[in-house]
Design a protein around this ligand. Structure first.
Ligand code: NAD
Length: 443
């Protein structure tokens, strides 16, 4: 083992999730993972009581990294425990990454499958669960291949199956490729898909923690959430909290796409200001382009502007700016791309991905796409803007069965707020004021 690896093992890492990603092509395999301290978190967990592990996770303030930011320890605490608890209990990794602009889980799935498996095993032990599923986007071919090999490596090395590492704990993991719909990422639609049913969200309550897969207690967490667990067990809740620069704990894989000099992904402290991510890590705007706005956390969040650059990437702080941190993968809109075309592209995607269960989503989103297309082609009327605003209210949280439609109208409602002149100009000019190329790209 080289010295760099062993010194990293003995110190507190500041980038725990990506510390396993090296230049080595085989960094995703068991030997490499263990050389860097992989499975130490699980080994430590197995020396503690289940309740003690749950307490540590609760104390860490880890919040779900799929987009909603629900506290992980709190969610886990709803799972029935004790001799009377129903079995089997299930844990599911939501690896159905389909949020527009999000590609963070793909990095972890391809490069550190053992980190995900270790998180799943820690969860399995903590909740006295029996079976884990990795529900993965079907297009992630390399990731699927790596996970299949990683699972076999675990079965071959007593890290999965009966009596894991001689602890008496039994757990099995299966991989399931998704049917390829955005809605399969919503946890109850995912559960329906896993049961072989049509992927439509279920009414909550009951929450899956109590009655999920085949009616049994089930936890669904995002890939990145599971990846944090080995480190919390290894280095402790206080260390995890100390990583954040603002209120939220830990690190986050942030990303930037769009016309920036250096698009990509970086593991950074929670609370890193938005401007630092765009200007420093993504290198600022490409030559000849200016920033017009950006979606801070994927396609289903509200636009923010340069004036919000000081806002920390922290769930509640972004909320105060009337947007959401979502997946933390920023999509930048430049001054040469038509905002109407960008929103149309997103709304068309969400309309297509609607499961069709409730009216605001099934009928509202396609109608919003029709109106946006009309405006973008220079055939709109000012009354269409009012109708779009009404549709945004129609799809507000509380009026729909799940978060798809409310999320889908977030870029639209904020574009109508911040870029209203652009909408009006399309109507008064009867054409798109942006370059021809921008409109053609959206068709
Ligand atoms: P949600 O707030 O309904 O639920 C989030 C989690 O918290 C769930 O596990 C839920 O069971 C739990 N929860 C919430 N309230 C609870 C309560 N009262 N009691 C017990 N548990 C509770 O959000 P959601 O619909 O699951 O997710 C929406 C988010 O997903 C959006 O923020 C969006 O950005 C994100 N998203 C991400 C992707 C991706 O590719 N990563 C894709 C689509 C959507």
């Amino acid at each position: 083992m080289n010295t760099e690896k062993s010194s990293e093992k003995s110190t507190y890492p500041t980038k725990p999730l990506t510390r396993f990603i090296t230049d080595d092509d085989n960094c995703w395999q068991l030997q490499e993972y263990q050389d860097l301290g992989g499975y130490d978190g699980l080994k430590h967990a197995l020396t503690l009581s289940r309740a003690a592990v749950l307490d540590e996770i609760k104390a860490s303030n880890l919040r779900g990294r799929g987009g909603a930011g629900f506290p992980t320890g709190l969610k886990w605490s709803f799972v029935p425990q004790g001799d009377d608890a129903p079995h089997p209990k299930y844990l599911i990794v939501n690896a159905d990454e389909m949020e527009p602009g999000a590609f963070k889980d793909r990095l972890l799935l391809e490069k550190t499958p053992h980190q995900i498996i270790e998180g799943l095993l820690i969860g399995g032990y903590t909740l006295d669960a029996d079976i884990g599923y990795i529900f993965i986007r079907g297009d992630y071919y390399s990731a699927i291949q790596h996970i299949e090999i990683a699972l076999q490596e675990c079965y071959d090395n007593k890290l999965l199956g009966k009596d894991i590492l001689g602890s008496g704990f039994n757990f099995e993991i299966h991989i399931h490729t998704s049917a390829g719909r955005y809605i399969c990422g919503e946890e109850t639609a995912l559960i329906n898909a896993l049961e072989g049913k049509r992927a439509i969200p279920r009414a909550k309550p009951p929450f899956p923690q109590v009655a999920g897969l085949w009616g049994k207690p089930t936890i669904v967490n995002n890939v990145e959430t599971f990846c944090n667990l080995p480190h919390i067990l290894n280095f402790g809740a206080d260390w995890f909290k100390s990583l954040g620069r603002f209120k939220d704990a830990g690190t986050k894989i942030f990303g930037v796409s769009g016309r920036v000099k250096n698009p990509g992904l970086w593991e950074l402290p929670m609370g890193t200001p938005i401007g630092e991510i765009i200007e420093h890590y993504a290198g600022g705007m490409s030559d000849g382009y200016k920033l017009k706005g950006y979606l801070p956390g994927g396609g289903s969040t509200d636009f923010l502007l340069a004036k919000h650059f000081d806002t920390p990437m922290d769930y509640d702080e972004i909320g105060k700016q009337r947007s959401r941190m979502g997946t933390g993968t920023i999509i930048v809109l430049d001054d040469k791309y038509c905002p109407v075309a960008m929103v149309l592209n997103l709304v068309k995607f969400f309309a297509q991905e609607s499961c069709g269960w409730c009216t605001p989503c099934r009928d509202g989103l396609p109608w919003a796409a029709v109106l946006l297309e009309k405006i973008e082609q220079g055939k709109g009327e000012l009354a269409d803007i009012k109708q779009l605003e009404d549709l945004c209210k129609f799809a507000a949280p509380g009026n729909t069965f799940c978060a798809l439609a409310p999320g889908a109208v977030e870029p639209l409602q904020s574009a109508l707020n911040y870029f209203r002149d652009d909408f009006e100009q399309h109507i008064t000019q009867k054409s798109c004021p942006y370059c021809v190329q921008s409109c053609e790209q959206s068709h």
